[in-house]
Design a protein around this ligand. Structure first.
Ligand SMILES: [Zn+2]
Length: 164
């Protein structure tokens, strides 16, 4: 590579909002080992991990499916990107929770012709705070969330008592 090429590569790097995230991949692989049942589809997918630098972001992380020609050209099934500015200050527990969330979006199905089809699993709960404020846990998904939160609170109390 001559100097001119080197400069152009360096400039491209400086201009790009995206960067590889080997730490994301390491944490994701650890999660797949610890939660094999939750991540049985994710374990089989080809995933590329990126950090995205931007002052503001509407999301902490995002899982996108590589479709059609992009899957063909890159060999990847999904891209998981994390908001680099948040990532830089996050605790390991928070990073794990974010990646577990993104990896749970990965879902595999088999078509009638026996082909693998990758999709995006929807969230278990979709709701507005204001509706919950007025009507509480009014449907099954919210009641389930309430139960899970109560259980996890009890568990963390038990953990605290245990360590005291
Ligand atoms: Zn999500």
């Amino acid at each position: 590579m001559d100097l001119k090429e080197m400069l152009s590569v360096a400039k491209k790097k400086a201009d790009s909002k995206y960067e590889e995230c080997p730490e994301c991949e390491e944490i994701a692989k650890d999660l797949m080992r610890r939660f094999p049942n939750l991540l049985e589809h994710a374990k089989e997918a080809n995933i590329r991990y990126l950090k995205k630098w931007s002052e503001k972001s509407r999301y902490l992380g995002k899982c996108s499916r590589a479709t059609g020609k992009w899957a063909y050209l890159t060999g990847y099934d999904y891209v998981i990107e994390v908001w680099a500015d948040w990532w830089a200050g996050a605790e390991l527990q928070e990073k794990e929770a974010l990646l577990l969330h993104e990896l749970r979006h990965i879902v595999k199905s088999i078509t009638s012709q026996g082909k693998v089809k990758w999709g995006l699993r929807q969230h278990d709960v979709e709701e507005f705070f204001d509706v919950v404020r007025i009507y509480g846990a009014w449907d099954n998904s919210l009641m389930k969330l309430k139960k899970v939160l109560e259980e996890s609170e009890n568990e963390s109390c038990a953990r605290e008592e245990h360590t005291d």
